[in-house]
Design a protein around this ligand. Structure first.
Ligand code: NOJ
Length: 467
């Protein structure tokens, strides 16, 4: 059996801090959050200074891999593409620390922290960003490729592009369908361009992409619902997975979009690059499924709960003419309205494996909770139950022959959760922001260690019956 990786996942902006240290350039998140006067990642979990302690804790917690991202603004100084040696040195140390502790680095090249100098020229709406990304990716392969053999081009293209250009709650804070399409396209093109550089450079290892996976369910079996499910699957999953894994942007989706949008940026030579540079594996971040019904009425509406219990029950997704998302009332939900539905992970893995036949890593899974971290040990039994149910789902899918190769808990320690700030905690280790960022392992940390050391034997097993 191939080695199964167990670990935790983070993102540079969410944990590093040190936003103006080590020659790091400004990112679009720094600019946006400073200007809007919102809780930011200036310090975050201070991983920039404490990564050795954090990685040691991962090792002691039994982890065999660490999924983290590189900060583009730490590595490339400016529009001219100049390299910041201090940034390279920092990540060299981080990678070496992982290896010294027997931890396999699982590296994401881009987890949303675009350099502000590129955002000023239009960010993902400007083809120039694809070229700049390609250069940045090559710098990373050259600098770290002797030790890193697991690469992901992007983390969650859908989430960052839709939030930035359709919902408007992430930088640059726009709400525009054409921009959403253009940004999505350039980002996926950039991903294929990086895969091309990787292959042509003969670097060792594998390169994939990480997707915010939401398997689609229908409210019933009618033809109308099946059509709505196809719209939803294109919107939520296929434009990333089909494009990255099969080199094809879904044709029916483009046909629909061409009724109202301009597709002229999609050049034939780009489509060739996309077609011939598909990924080696798929990273799936799984939090919840999407249950949909046919579109009935109203304008496109996307409301995300970034306020926890204060806004519970207010989330909504309607895509005009395509589908509406429904909230199954009998289901369980987190305070931030995420449905808890582990069977969706089992079913989703089976679908992805059947359709793409590529190795899968569960690159994120976890639960955001309110927690009092002033106690000696946080008793996060809810997180333990959540993780148990999801790892069980993975083991079920694996036993049916799906090639799943790893599980990464989001997150190994508490970190800054974008617009949810730091009150939404995901960590296996508590970070006390009020007390010198002190680290304290939660109950789940010890539970996960036992799961890893028993190679999953400690998971309470459950099957789902006929699906
Ligand atoms: C998705 C993202 O990759 C990450 O940045 C985010 O904080 C977590 N999931 C939790 O929502």
């Amino acid at each position: 059996m191939k080695e199964f990786l167990w670990g935790g996942a983070t993102a540079s902006y969410q944990c590093e801090g040190g936003w103006n240290e080590g020659g790091r350039a400004e990112s679009m998140w720094d600019k946006y959050l400073h200007e809007e006067n919102l809780e930011n990642g200036d310090v975050a979990s201070d991983h920039y200074h404490r990564f050795k302690e954090d990685i040691k804790m991962m090792k002691e917690g039994g982890h065999t891999s660490y999924r983290f991202s590189l900060a583009w603004p730490r590595i490339i100084k400016n529009l001219e593409g100049e390299i910041n040696q201090e940034g390279i040195d920092f990540y060299n140390e981080m990678i070496d620390t992982c290896l010294e502790n027997g931890i396999t680095p699982f590296v994401t090249i881009y987890h949303w922290d675009l350099p502000q100098y590129l955002e000023e020229l239009g960010g993902w709406l400007n083809r120039r960003t694809c070229e700049a990304y390609m250069h940045y990716a090559k710098v990373c392969f050259d600098a770290f490729g002797d030790r890193v053999v697991h690469w992901s081009t992007f983390n969650e293209p859908r989430y960052c592009i839709f939030s930035g250009y359709l919902i408007g709650n992430y930088p640059p804070g726009h709400r525009d369908l054409q921009e959403t399409l253009t940004g999505s396209y350039y980002l996926m093109l950039a991903s294929a361009m990086a895969v091309k550089v990787f292959r042509e450079g003969g670097y060792k290892g594998q390169i994939g992409i990480v997707h915010s996976f939401a398997p689609v369910y229908g409210v019933d079996g009618t033809v109308q619902t099946r059509i709505a499910m196809r719209f939803a699957d294109n919107f939520l999953n296929n434009w990333i997975l089909d494009t990255a894994a099969m080199g094809e942007i879904p044709g029916d989706m483009l046909g629909e979009l061409s009724k109202t949008c301009d597709l002229s940026m999609m050049l034939p030579e780009d489509l060739e690059i996309i077609k011939h540079n598909t990924v080696d594996f798929l990273g799936l971040n799984y939090y919840a499924r999407a249950v949909v019904k046919p579109y009935e009425t109203g304008e496109t509406t996307l409301i995300v709960n970034n306020s926890g219990s204060k806004a519970k029950g207010t989330s909504q997704t309607i895509i005009k003419g395509w589908f509406e998302q429904v909230r199954p009332e009998s289901s369980r939900y987190t305070e931030w309205d995420t449905e808890i539905f582990p069977e969706g992970l089992y079913e989703g893995i089976r679908q992805v494996w059947k359709k793409y036949h590529l190795p899968v890593y569960i690159t994120e899974n976890g639960i955001g909770l309110y927690e009092d971290v002033t106690v000696d040990q946080v008793d996060d039994e809810e997180r333990i139950q959540f993780m148990n149910m999801h790892i069980n789902a993975i083991l079920n899918a694996k036993e049916e022959g799906c090639d799943v190769r790893g599980y990464f808990a989001w997150s190994p320690f508490d970190l800054y959760s974008w617009k949810n700030g730091t009150e939404k905690r995901y960590g296996l280790v508590a970070v006390d922001y009020e007390d010198n960022l002190k680290r304290k392992p939660k109950k789940s940390y010890y539970w996960f260690k036992n799961v890893i050391e028993t190679k999953g034997e400690a998971i309470k097993r459950e099957t789902y019956g006929e699906v």
